[in-house]
Ligand binder design. Structure first.
Ligand SMILES: N=CN[C@@H](CCC(=O)O)C(=O)O
Ligand SMILES: [Zn+2]
Length: 412
């Protein structure tokens, strides 16, 4: 008889996230009252009514039993867009923004991304790793069990590689599963010309990164005064030729055409999309590119949010992410769901699916994490709250009290 690894029982609600049928953005989410989950070999073996599950899988026979009375069980969050490896501190820019400075003004004065690039280049490997692990600890405590992390604060082959190595080392030692994205085209380095830098990315950085096999995606900041659509296309096509799947930072500050580019190159995701049009969204749907919305960025910059409702009404599978970075200092997917509901009028059910199953699709993990159904990895959060609605509802408070990764309790 196979070992029963874990039983979580008597939950006020099990927020079971399964395959959707496409009928709505929250289809596939089935809240089970008085529910339970049984886990064998790191995978979910059974989900359903607590009485029925505990008769078949008695908690006393399990290696670990969690009495979830009054609490909710949901899939671990999948955070598909972060810049979590860096050095330095930019909290003073938070104050400058409150006094009216724009992101672009700060960047033009040598702050913003370029300031983090200077601090990251100066940091040694151990500091980069330690910083990343600290951020991952906070993310885990907030219920994230799979997180995408981008490079992009090196802007030279050596530092980009060091960032990706930090991600690889953190992945080996931290419970969170990490997905690495190379983003040498995050900004044009100081003293460089954009076209020359694009050549350097294509001729030097991409081959080195691909050679090491330490990144899965290639991302580009396609934005006015950063990388044009044509420069971004060159980089993404070169990345694809090296085996890296494309992702695009698109239409964050202006409408430039990054979303259509994402669709053209068959990107896995197009992210930000604050200025995306209906035609852009239709192009993403046709291409199978997942729109990833980052409401924390709009909140922090005090700009308009992306039009999540319009996208959902078009039938787009909207995903959510934190965009954790020095300009958007939130590790919490729960808070991203609050902003999605309050700022973008998503329902709590839509936000949960966007932060789990659809977020997994945005990092090309369509059948793995982000689900709570038989056969899925047992990546779970137990919430100190009676239903999944309390995650966005209870803003500013972390309702996650226990996190399970592959059937093991990794945070409580
Ligand atoms: N917009 C570009 N990149 C990041 C911000 C990075 C930074 O400001 O350090 C983002 O996705 O929000
Ligand atoms: Zn980003």
């Amino acid at each position: 008889m196979t070992d029963l690894q874990l039983v979580v029982h008597d939950a006020s609600e099990v927020a079971a996230v399964r395959d959707g049928d496409g009928s709505s953005a929250s289809s596939g989410l089935e809240p089970i009252d008085d529910g339970a989950v049984a886990v064998v070999d790191g995978e979910i073996e059974a989900v359903g009514d607590s009485g029925a599950i505990t008769r078949e899988y008695p908690p006393e026979n399990a290696e670990t039993a969690i009495d979830a009375t009054g609490r909710t069980v949901q899939p671990g969050f999948v955070d598909p867009h972060t810049h979590a490896v860096f050095a330095g501190d930019r909290s003073d820019e938070f104050e400058a923004k409150l006094q009216g400075k724009s992101y672009q003004e700060i960047m033009a004065e040598g702050g913003g991304i370029l300031r983090t690039v200077r601090a990251t280049r100066e940091a040694d490997d151990e500091t980069l790793l330690a910083n990343l692990l600290d951020h991952l600890d906070v993310m885990l405590a907030h219920g994230s069990t799979t997180v995408e992390v981008k490079s992009g604060y090196g802007l030279d082959a050596e530092t980009e590689l060091r960032m990706l190595e930090a991600i690889e080392r953190a992945d080996e030692r931290h419970p969170i599963d990490l997905v690495a994205t190379y983003m040498g085209a995050h900004a044009v380095p100081e003293g460089s010309d954009a076209d020359e830098y694009v050549d350097e990315v294509i001729d030097e950085q991409l081959p080195t990164v691909a050679d090491q096999g330490i990144a899965e995606f290639c991302d580009v900041f396609c934005e006015e005064d950063v990388f044009s659509v044509e420069q971004s296309r060159r980089i993404l096509e070169a990345g694809r030729a090296h085996g890296l799947a494309p992702k695009v930072h698109a239409e964050e500050f202006v409408h430039l055409g990054g979303t259509q580019l994402a669709a053209d190159v068959g990107a896995t995701s197009a992210d930000h999309l604050l200025h995306a049009t209906t035609d852009d969204v239709r192009a993403l749907i046709d291409a199978g590119t997942v729109p990833v919305l980052l409401p924390g960025t709009a909140f922090g910059l005090r700009t308009e949010y992306a039009d999540a409702r319009g996208m959902l009404e078009e039938g787009a599978p909207v995903a959510l992410a934190t965009d954790f970075n020095p300009n958007c200092y939130s590790h919490s997917m729960g808070y991203a769901t609050t902003l999605a509901c309050v700022g973008m009028r998503m329902t709590p059910a839509e936000a949960l699916v966007a932060a789990t199953r659809t977020a997994a699709a945005a990092i090309d993990r369509p059948d793995g994490p982000g689900r709570l159904e038989v056969g899925a990895p047992a990546d779970l959060c137990v919430l100190d709250a009676p239903s999944h609605v309390h995650v966005p509802y209870s803003f500013g408070v972390n309702r996650v009290d226990t996190v399970v990764k592959d059937g093991e309790v990794v945070h409580e």
